[in-house]
Ligand binder design. Structure first.
Ligand code: TYD
Length: 206
């Protein structure tokens, strides 16, 4: 639900590591810009100087799973306050590489943190703000694992085992089933061109 009274939209991209979301992120931002929209491209964890410092720790330092969840939401609080909400208020569209669905998928599904705790943090940090649209890039795990295997500098999440990613993927799909109006599952086992046609249709209906 967009609580801001202008046409700016908040779009988030999600998916298991290696599902192909990064390929479509820049294309999507450029496509929206070519339609005359002001677009801010950002990411989580990160998006602010403090958030980027937290990202560095989150991606490379071992920690308790609750610490991990709290830091994800701490970075998000800052991101909303300093970047996302001011941009939307000015009429700028915001495209974020990951947002709260990733916490439900990774900290909830992947690590097994109680969903009720995540809901409390979500309510605390976001109140009623939700993305207007979430694109969930979904591929068979064999494909995302193959893509990751080509990457030489893997972070703490990317180094997790197959069953972790299986749980992350299931948790994402559960979110998509819970919020079908907001979350669109994109079959990203197809060609880039095929996916772009689908994305074009989706954004034109916003
Ligand atoms: P990612 O988008 O994969 O960055 P890159 O493609 O540059 O490696 O994001 C970094 C990792 O952070 C990713 O593995 C998922 C994880 N993550 C969470 O576990 N919880 C969260 O709430 C967010 C936003 C990200």
């Amino acid at each position: 639900m967009n609580i801001i009274q202008n046409n700016a939209r908040f779009i988030t991209l999600e998916g298991v590591d290696g599902a192909g979301k990064s390929t479509h992120l820049n294309w999507l931002a450029e496509r929206l810009r070519s339609q005359g929209k002001q677009v801010l491209l950002t990411r989580e964890p990160g998006g602010t100087p403090l958030g980027e410092a937290l990202r560095e720790m989150l991606l490379h330092q071992a920690m308790h799973l609750e610490t991990e969840a709290l830091l994800m939401f701490a970075a998000r609080r800052e991101h909303l306050d300093k970047v996302i909400l001011p941009a939307l208020a000015q009429g700028t569209w915001v495209v974020s590489d990951r947002f709260t669905d990733a916490s439900f998928a990774y900290q909830g599904g992947g690590r097994g943190l109680d969903e009720a705790r995540l809901q409390i943090l979500e309510q605390w940090v976001q109140k009623d703000l939700q993305p207007d649209l979430t694109l969930l890039f979904d591929v068979p795990l064999e494909i995302s694992r193959q893509r990751l295997a080509q990457n030489t500098s893997l972070d703490r999440f990317e180094l997790e085992k197959q069953d972790f990613f299986q749980r992350v993927k299931q948790a994402y799909l559960k979110r998509a089933a819970q919020f079908p109006q907001r979350i669109r599952v994109i079959d990203s086992g197809r060609t880039i061109e095929e996916i772009q046609v689908e994305l074009e249709n989706i954004i034109s209906s916003l």
